[in-house]
Ligand binder design. Structure first.
Ligand code: NAP
Length: 313
């Protein structure tokens, strides 16, 4: 059987558990495609799973290939696949329950991918799926953010936040974003209407009556977020389930969102990218074999935009 280079973990733990080595090349089932990966992006969930997060629910078989956010070209298609052809340039977010994309190849369901935006290279395309789908599903599908509504986006400079700001602007919302002072210019470039330096100012002292808060931080930031919403406003978190009791006390709605693969939404997102309305910011590009360094950087919590692992030069 054919082999490929991949970064795998054989045990849960720190960055040192990431091993660059040979692995078996996967084969597509009838409803799957085999993608030759050009680039994979690093998301915090990668190092969380590396450390043991969700061990009991995912029940991964080790060794496991991490990284589920990819862009590449279709190398082979399963017998039932009609929507894609060999050679198509695609991008996607694949199920966390299977092997990921820190590798030369990955198999994906056709429902998990879309044609990559034409106007960007594979590095930028790989930066988009998880972050954009997360923002889309939280802001639009869950909180129903609409035109002229006011939304507070925490960590607007991060991978998810930087796309969330732009998607909210596409909807016609008024966007307030938090970040540290060093990211103020970046937030302005993204189109943020109002910027709060979370290290200097408590956001709840300067904003109130908001329609939506997008919580990408959790903990104390989430708890303080309830009070800045209008009645029936939405607190949507991607980090931890908000207390329903506290939500009821404040008369607001709240929910935790776990991003789901969605090729249909990726198609709409690609159109926004190609029309110049959405852009992913790539802060760091490292070769696949430097995945350990990429995880250390991501875990620092200071990433502006995205970190990318380049598989094909
Ligand atoms: N539920 C889901 O489906 C889902 C999907 C995607 C992500 N997530 C989770 O969402 C979180 C964010 O993901 P991400 O990829 O956006 O992370 P990220 O890119 O690593 O976020 C880094 C950014 O966070 C900012 N930041 C750190 N602490 C902050 C604070 N207290 N207030 C405001 N900004 C702060 C930093 O800005 P400064 O340097 O200026 O502080 C930095 O730019 C992670 O925990 C991730 O696991 C969940």
């Amino acid at each position: 059987m054919a082999t490929m280079k991949a970064v795998r973990i054989h045990t849960h733990g720190g960055p040192e558990t990431l091993v660059y080595e040979d692995a078996l090349q996967p084969e597509p089932a009838a409803d799957e495609v085999l993608i030759r990966i050009h680039a994979a992006s690093v998301n915090p969930v990668d190092w969380k799973i590396r450390g043991g997060y969700g061990k009991d629910s995912f029940k991964h078989h080790l060794p496991l290939i991490l990284g589920w956010d990819v862009a590449g070209t279709i190398e082979a298609i399963g017998s039932q696949v009609e929507q894609f052809q060999t050679g198509d340039a695609v991008y996607g977010y694949t199920s966390l329950y299977r092997d990921g994309g820190y590798a030369e190849f990955i198999v994906a369901k056709t429902t998990e991918i879309a044609l990559k935006p034409n106007s960007v290279d594979f590095l930028e395309a790989a930066a988009i799926p998880v972050a954009a789908l997360t923002a889309w599903q939280a802001l639009f599908d869950t909180a129903g953010l609409g035109a002229n509504q006011r939304v507070l986006i925490h960590a607007a400079s991060g991978g998810v936040g930087s796309l969330a700001v732009q998607l909210a602007k596409v909807k016609g919302a008024y966007v307030i974003g938090t970040a540290s002072a060093r990211n103020a210019d970046f937030l302005r470039e993204l189109g943020t209407d109002e910027i709060i330096d979370y290290q200097a100012t408590k956001f709840e002292t300067v904003v109130q009556d908001l329609d939506v808060v997008f919580d990408t931080i959790g903990g104390d930031t989430q708890e303080r977020s309830f009070s800045v919403l209008r009645k029936d406003g939405w607190l949507v978190s991607i980090v931890s389930p908000p207390s329903q009791e506290t939500a009821a006390q404040h008369g607001v709605r709240s929910s935790m969102v776990g991003v789901q693969p969605n090729g249909g939404q990726l198609k709409e997102i690609a159109a926004l990218v190609d029309s110049g309305k959405l852009k992913a910011y790539v802060e760091t590009v490292l070769p696949l074999k430097e995945a350990r360094q990429a995880h250390e950087l991501s875990q620092s919590g200071r990433t502006r935009g995205k970190i990318i692992l380049q598989v094909v030069n």
